[in-house]
Design a binder for this molecule. Structure first.
Ligand code: GLC
Length: 440
């Protein structure tokens, strides 16, 4: 056989084998930046900001007709869009990554897609791609870049559903048409991979079809072929890397090794006429509780149609940033804290587990207690407060290994405006008593 034939044969073989190769699962190494990041900012930018109505859902739920919804295209200007200022604010908040909508369920691409005219570049006065300049500003500040992408596309002629009770066709009856849609959405995923190379993919809307219908395994492969380090959220019918509870805090620690709570700052994802803003105190208590349970918080903001970030949103991010600046040691690069019952509140640990951080909610001075801590405490400090705090051990029997209860006196003057952090330097890695009391 001629050498050139060998080469051709080898290429075919590699291609054929790679079809069946297992797609790598998440590894500790790949997930490490995400695990350390703790805070991300979610951005729901879209034409829904023009009228300040529900993103995509407003026409799906028939609050407005699809054609009236699309009239918002005319009003989307981005005339005050300043991606550098956005990235500055995100960085100031303490976040380590941002995730922006490249396309929501309404099908309007926020970048220049070659596969449809329905984009802010071709169909709105903004006439520009939002994603490339934003990612470039994020990367200048060492922030990771996430692409939100809706698998659902209610505006696409080959997508089965349009509104909640009307549909174009059913997948079972016209698989060829569905296949045309698949080629389209997977084409957009390839486009986004090539143009922006996201560090993280935030898929949404997987609930409308099965893994087989989306070809979820193939989608995962598409993404990882371009960037093997890309992280994928869970909304890909079982083919993601981490769990995404939404809005409501899980009461007990999620079982998944990696998870991220996505949450709005008022009650809406996109810009809305909604004044129910969460306070900085509420955001910080939720944030520290998430981190104490081993997760990340993806806090959302909804910019206006001209690219302005609402002032209330800016305030929350700046307050969060100031708190992180002072107390960030207790949050970033830490791991989940000790199990509930030892201390009535969230806790984290340094990675070598020789430092235990306690988060005091509610701003109460006075004694704080810890049960079942076997380690000696070398010292106790509070970020931003000079000096060390006293502690007393109560109920320790000298000849028993059962630890006593630790009482720490927290002075009023040491309290943080929002959540106070106690830093306990332990002797050795944390060790907890799990017994039933008494002498053993
Ligand atoms: C929901 C909604 C969507 C929103 C998303 C963010 O899945 O469908 O509108 O973008 O949550 O998590």
């Amino acid at each position: 056989m001629k050498p050139v034939l060998y080469v051709i044969f080898a290429l075919f073989y590699i291609e054929a084998v790679s079809q069946y190769q297992e797609v790598p699962l998440a590894t500790e190494k790949k997930m490490s930046w995400f695990a350390d990041a703790k805070l991300g900012i979610f951005i729901h930018a879209g034409i829904y900001a023009v009228d300040g109505i529900d993103e995509s859902w407003s026409f799906y739920n028939k609050k407005i007709s699809h054609s009236d919804y699309m009239k918002q295209l005319r009003g989307f200007s981005l005339r005050n869009y300043n991606p550098a200022a956005w990235a500055d604010l995100i960085s100031e908040s303490g976040a380590r990554y941002a995730v922006i909508t490249t396309k929501h369920h309404d099908g309007v691409s926020m970048y220049d897609t070659g596969l449809s005219d329905l984009s802010i570049v071709k169909s709105t006065p903004a006439r520009q791609d939002m994603i490339a300049p934003f990612f470039s500003e994020l990367r200048k500040r060492n922030l990771r870049c996430g692409a939100y992408f809706s698998l659902i596309d209610w505006s696409h002629e080959n997508y089965p559903a349009v509104t909640k009770d009307s549909s174009r066709y059913s997948v079972e009856n016209d698989y060829e048409r569905w296949n045309r849609f698949r080629t389209f959405f997977q084409g957009q995923i390839k486009e986004i991979s090539v143009k922006f190379n996201p560090d993280l993919w935030w898929f949404d809307g997987d609930w409308e079809h099965t893994a087989e219908e989306w070809e979820a395994a193939k989608v995962r492969k598409l993404v990882l072929q371009r960037n093997p380090d890309a992280i994928i959220n869970s909304r890909l019918q079982g083919h993601g890397d981490y769990e995404t509870p939404e809005q409501n805090f899980p009461v007990s620690k999620p079982a998944h090794r990696w998870w991220e709570l996505c949450m709005t700052t008022n009650d809406n994802w996109g810009f809305h006429h909604d004044d129910n803003w969460k306070t900085p105190y509420e955001i910080i208590t939720i944030f520290t509780d998430v981190v104490a349970n081993g997760g990340n918080l993806l806090l959302d903001m909804g910019p206006m149609e001209d690219g302005t970030i609402p002032p209330q949103q800016v305030r929350v991010l700046k307050e969060l940033g100031a708190w992180n600046k002072k107390n960030g040691e207790a949050v970033f690069h830490t791991v989940a804290g000790i199990p509930q019952g030892h201390f009535y509140g969230p806790t984290t640990l340094s990675k070598d587990s020789t430092v235990l951080y306690l988060f005091l909610q509610g701003n109460n001075a006075g004694p704080v207690t810890i049960k079942g801590l076997k380690n000696k405490i070398k010292n106790i400090t509070i970020p931003g407060f000079g000096g060390t705090l006293e502690h007393k051990i109560v109920g320790k029997i000298s000849w028993s290994h059962v630890p006593g209860i630790v009482y720490i006196e927290v002075p009023q003057s040491a309290l943080d405006k929002y959540v106070t952090v106690l830093r306990l330097q332990l002797e050795g890695p944390v060790s907890l008593y799990k017994g039933r009391g008494g002498f053993n």
